[in-house]
Design a protein around this ligand. Structure first.
Ligand code: ADP
Length: 480
């Protein structure tokens, strides 16, 4: 037994109170869906968790009608102060049920419990607390003379941070006075349905938030519904493009948060151990299923070998396995389809001539797994340097001068995030200024705070979520 082996420390599932079947959450109640129900599974062992209703176009119509009624009769007439009270109540209930939500999230998504418990769920609560505080201050925040909600918001979220993305969408929408129809991703509907129970517990007026489960067709029906005033989407660039086309010319407002291919730039004066830790967090957090992941490491040539050696040593200590085990660092890949995509792009990386190294992990027999992998000798033209892998795969490129680092960092169709590691504050400011990325982290990575706006340039989408900026997307005529 090596000194790094730990006894199993699984979090108990007994806190979960799961139903066998989950309906759609429309007008404050769980109701049957008209489509064929589907089963959500645990990606760690492929075991079924629960049967989930599938919303067809008519169901989406019912949900939008409920949201419209709630907007006209209740929510648009309520004071900001009272809306804020509901948001505070939701935030506190999320905290009360934090352990249950973390277990559900890790079970359904495959992410390590220490991430869902220490990152996702606390951030969810903080998002609701933050926007609860805004609800009665909209008139005093430079958001226009009489900021008014759009009406009904249709929101579509991905599977990588199911509950956190729900919070990013629902909290500002409600604070600004909109009502909501939200569609979770088909592989991770569970935490949104537990959240629907929290809304019942909070006595949120019926119809203010509706949750319709289903796949792409459900999302497409929501985006195209004529009575939706505002569309908010987080997901792949391909679907984002479809959505932009579908809403063009309709007068609907839209925000898109799409893919990324972030550069994490390490200069030769950076504190190397700290930088290596940041690079690991940047790409291996949440199995690399992160749109702002630092998937391209740009390392100054003079320290390349040292950084790669230390990176490999560090990766060899990461523990991969049961997402519910409190010692697990790397959980399961969310779905068979995503695993196939990661494998395909990694194979292409090898064919194109980059050198592949993977940590020596024991891969569990069942479920979807991919060992943390580094590609060195990557060229800017390689597909693993250009396309989003959305998995635990790091592409390493080198540079000699700051100008070269900036040119390489910006040489991507995306522009969501970037990282800079250096000892010099002046260099941080000079480089950050020239990076075409919505978020630039300095000597840290993947840090989130509800007060800080987040969003992309170029093919990473448009609009900002978080902070005061995040409210503007949900208010008429408000400028950031
Ligand atoms: P990912 O690569 O993260 O799976 P997708 O963009 O495919 O990203 O999925 C993100 C969300 O968008 C999911 O909830 C999915 O069901 C939904 N979706 C997929 N296709 C469409 C579509 N054509 N219109 C609207 N929503 C869609």
């Amino acid at each position: 037994m090596s000194f790094l082996e730990y006894a199993a420390a699984p979090e108990s599932r007994s806190i979960l109170n799961l139903r066998e079947n989950y309906g759609l959450f429309i007008d404050g109640k769980f109701v049957d869906g008209r489509g064929d129900a589907f089963t959500t599974i645990s990606p760690a062992d492929e075991a079924p968790i629960a049967s989930i209703a599938y919303a067809d176009e008519e169901d989406v119509d019912r949900a939008v009608a409920a949201a419209r009624r709630a907007y006209d009769k209740v929510w648009s007439k309520m004071s900001g102060r009272d809306r804020g009270k509901y948001l505070f109540r939701i935030a506190r209930l999320v905290q009360e049920r934090a352990r249950e939500l973390a277990v559900a999230e890790s079970l359904d998504n495959g992410k390590p419990i220490k991430e869902s418990r220490d990152v996702d769920v606390p951030l969810v609560a903080s998002w609701f607390f933050y926007y609860a505080g805004w609800a009665d201050k909209l008139d005093y925040a430079g958001l226009g003379a009489n900021p008014r909600a759009h009406g009904v918001a249709g929101q579509i979220i991905p599977w990588n941070f199911p509950l956190l993305m729900l919070a990013w969408k629902i909290a500002p929408a409600l604070a600004a006075g909109n009502t909501v129809v939200l569609k979770p991703a088909e592989t991770t509907p569970l935490s949104a349905l537990i959240f629907a129970e929290i809304l019942q517990q909070a006595d949120l007026p019926a119809g203010v938030v509706n949750i319709v489960t289903g796949a792409g067709a459900t999302g497409a029906a929501l985006v195209r519904h004529p009575d939706v005033d505002k569309v908010a989407f987080t997901g792949s660039t391909g679907v984002g493009r479809d959505i932009a086309k579908a809403v063009a010319g309709t007068g609907k407002k839209v925000t898109l948060e799409l893919g990324g291919k972030a550069a994490n730039i390490v200069f030769d004066d950076a504190p190397i151990d700290q930088a290596v830790e940041g690079v690991v967090n940047g790409i291996f957090f949440n199995q690399g299923h992160v749109c702002c992941a630092g998937s391209r490491l740009l390392v100054q040539e003079s320290i390349h070998d040292e950084v790669i050696d230390r990176l490999k040593t560090r990766l060899s200590t990461l523990r991969m396995g049961d997402p519910l085990d409190k010692n697990t660092d790397i959980g399961a890949i969310n779905s068979a389809a995503q695993l196939a995509r990661i494998r395909e792009l990694s194979d292409i990386g090898e064919v194109e001539g980059a050198e592949r190294w993977s940590a020596d992990c024991v891969i569990p027999e069942k479920g979807f797994w991919f060992a943390p992998t580094i590609f060195t000798g990557v060229e800017a033209s390689h597909r693993i340097a250009r396309e989003e892998v959305f998995g635990p795969v790091l592409s390493v490129l080198t540079f000699r001068t700051p100008d070269e680092a900036i040119a390489k960092a910006n040489n991507t169709p995306y522009g969501l995030s970037a990282g800079i590691w250096t000892d010099k504050g002046s260099r941080i400011l000079a480089v950050a200024d020239r990076l075409r990325a919505g978020v630039v982290w300095a000597n840290t990575f993947n840090r989130f705070d509800p007060a800080s706006p987040f969003g992309g340039y170029k093919e990473s989408g448009y609009g900002r979520e978080g902070g005061r900026h995040g409210l503007t997307a949900y208010l008429k005529g408000a400028a950031a």
